[in-house]
Design a protein around this ligand. Sequence first.
Ligand SMILES: CC(C)(COP(=O)(O)OP(=O)(O)OC[C@H]1O[C@@H](n2cnc3c(N)ncnc32)[C@H](O)[C@@H]1OP(=O)(O)O)[C@@H](O)C(=O)NCCC(=O)NCCS
Length: 194
Amino acid sequence: MVEAPCVHEPKAVDLIEVFSQPVDVDAFNASFRGELYSDEPTMTAQSFADHVERNTIDLSRSPRWTVDGKLSGVALLGFRDQRAWVGGFGVVPEFRGRGLARRYLEDVLAVCHRAGAARVELEVLLRNAPAIALYKRAGFAVVDELVVWSRAPLATDSARHWERACDGRGIARVARKPSTCWQRAAKRGSGIAV
Ligand SMILES: CC(C)(COP(=O)(O)OP(=O)(O)OC[C@H]1O[C@@H](n2cnc3c(N)ncnc32)[C@H](O)[C@@H]1OP(=O)(O)O)[C@@H](O)C(=O)NCCC(=O)NCCS
C-alpha cells in the first residue's frame, strides 16, 4: 500500500453546506463504499473513535453533505496550529460522477481557510485514480510517498524477505529524509502519534 501526501494552500470560497449533524462511523462507511474500499465497512465504531482522537479530528468542523435529505458525502478534518488535515473524504456511491466531490472539496478548503489553516494536507492511495485526479485539479501537489511494509512475524523466510526488502529502490525510499505525515507528527502537548 502506497500513499502520497498532498498539500494545498486554502483560499476563501463560499461555504454552501451546514453542519446539521456530526459525521459518525455509519456516514463515514457509507461514503467510502465501492470498488476501491469494498462494500465492507471501512471502520468500526472503535476504530472511528480512535481515528478522531488520535488524529485530532474536529467533528464540529467536519462537514457532512446531503442531497434531498439523503447523505451524499462526508469529510473528516483535523487542525493543528496552521495545518489542516483531511482524515477522510468520500461521496456516497449513488451520488458519484456528478461533480459533487469537486464542490464538496471547495467546502472543505473554505472550512480550512476559516479555521486559519495555511496548509491543507491529505494522503491518497496511488491506485485511487479518481481521487488523485480530483485533488490535482483542486490544486493539491504531491510532497512525498509513504510506503507501508509488512511480513509474517515468523522467521522462516526472513533471509529471503530481507534480501527483497533491500533492493535499490527500497533503500532509496527509506534512506531519504521523510516528510512528517500528519499521523506521525507530534500532537501539541503529547508525544508522537503512531
Ligand atoms: C474520489 C471521489 C470522492 C470522487 O467523487 P465524485 O463525486 O464521483 O467526483 P466528481 O464527480 O466531483 O468528479 C471530480 C473529479 O474527480 C475525478 N474523477 C471522478 N471520478 C473519476 C473516475 N472514475 N476516474 C478518474 N477521475 C475521476 C475527475 O478529475 C473529476 O473531474 P472531471 O469530471 O472534471 O474530470 C469518490 O469516488 C469517492 O468517494 N471514492 C471513495 C472514497 C475515496 O476514495 N475517497 C478519497 C480517499 S483519499
